[in-house]
Design a protein around this ligand. Structure first.
Ligand code: NI
Length: 395
């Protein structure tokens, strides 16, 4: 007889899922190059008798599981990401990365495994009235694999009524679910400023237009956008990540050009617009004031990840029933990081939640060379996904 709780049922194949996770961990692949990984996913789904669609968003894979009944006409999507990062692993585990300079430092190996666990449980039980769509997406790390799947017609082919995704979170204890009924992750924008001055001898600066002085003024002035132009109860971050001018060996040369690169993080379209507009005005006027010119490129990369409130409350309710109210954080502080599941949430209502796994206390946060996904939380993740399907589409 099958246990009734998805958690108890999935715990029965926890070891098998751990082996899958460790194999994926040992064999990381970068965004849109998840050939081996997507092959393993497609093979595992097919072996369970699940309908498999490949090549959506290049290396993306979709599995379709029909419930015992489908007359509700409902369709629920679940998403996992599959890609690794260009980081050299510093762990000593037997299953650590076999690829120098590349590792699963964000736990996407765990997310893929969790969704495979959900697939096995759902296919074995099919305790729902509707269709579950299992979305294994490529290239979450900066390359917009979710966007590629959406543009490839993901939701035209599989018109989901709601979609859900999870991400492990080292800052929460293992197995605790965290969610927020609004913003979860920020929009991630990139900017580049190229200042054109007039180079010359460091001993004769009056004969030059010094782009380093212009750049220094811009770095300082742009800090005031967040403190003076954005509402104090709204969130925005503006950070410079790169500044370049001249050469380290040229102490007495004033260069002709300076370049600044950075990121802007916001939660609302309105704040995003204000920050970009104020940046443009300050950059142009500062350059002009010094007799220089500046080129400003502002690239909107990932939109903000904003949960649909009713879907977020639903996740919290489902998790409370599975794990108890003391294991669910309903008002998790949003992160200024970003996530391309936002492209899916722009098309379909849904929610993105955190699966606590511990580790932050030892500095092993996401994207750290000592990060490792915590295998103990696989059943909790798989069971939450499975319960979301069963509870959204009851028999
Ligand atoms: Ni990640």
């Amino acid at each position: 007889m099958q246990p009734r709780s998805p958690l108890a049922a999935i715990q029965l194949f926890h070891k098998e899922l751990m082996a899958v996770r460790r194999d994926l961990h040992a064999n990381p692949e970068m965004g849109f190059q998840e050939v081996r990984t997507s092959g393993i996913v497609a093979g595992a789904l097919a072996a369970l008798g699940i309908e498999v669609h490949r090549g959506i968003g290049k290396t993306g894979v979709v599995g379709v599981i029909k419930g015992q009944r489908t007359d509700s006409g409902k369709m629920i999507g679940l998403r996992a990401d599959m890609d690794a990062l260009p980081i050299h692993e510093e762990n000593a585990a037997q299953y650590c990365s076999t690829v120098p300079g590349m590792m699963h430092a964000c736990g996407h190996d765990g997310h893929t495994t969790i969704l495979l666990g959900t697939a096995k449980y759902l296919m074995q039980n099919r305790n729902f009235n509707g269709t579950a769509i299992l979305i294994f997406q490529p290239a979450e790390e900066g390359l917009g694999g979710a966007k590629a799947m959406v543009e490839d017609g993901l939701f035209e082919r599989f018109p989901c009524d709601a979609i859900y995704a999870l991400h492990n979170w080292p800052a929460l204890p293992a197995g605790v679910i965290g969610i927020n009924p609004g913003p979860m992750m920020a929009a991630s924008d990139k900017f580049e400023i190229t200042i054109q001055g007039h180079g010359g001898h460091g001993a004769h600066p009056y004969q030059t237009i010094d782009p380093i002085v212009v750049a220094a003024n811009m770095v300082t002035a742009l800090q005031t956008i967040v403190s003076r132009n954005v509402h104090p109860l709204e969130a925005a971050v503006l950070s410079f990540g790169h500044i370049h001018a001249g050469a380290a060996t040229a102490a007495s040369v004033i260069p002709g050009q300076a370049k600044l690169v950075g990121t802007v993080r916001t939660f609302s379209d309105e704040v995003q617009k204000v920050v970009e507009a104020r940046m443009r005005a300050l950059i142009e006027s500062i350059a002009q004031g010094y007799g220089a010119s500046a080129e400003f490129n502002y690239l909107r990369n990932y939109p903000a990840t904003i949960n649909t409130a009713s879907c977020a409350d639903f996740v919290a309710d489902v998790a409370t029933d599975l794990f108890g109210a003391d294991r669910v954080v309903r008002n998790l502080t949003p992160s200024m990081g970003s996530e391309d599941f936002s492209f899916m949430l722009k098309k379909v209502p849904g929610a993105y939640f955190r699966l606590g796994q511990g580790g932050a206390e030892d500095g092993r946060f996401l994207h750290n060379p000592k990060f490792d996904f915590n295998d103990d939380v696989i059943p909790a993740g798989s069971a939450t996904f499975a319960a979301l399907v069963e509870r959204s589409m009851p028999l």
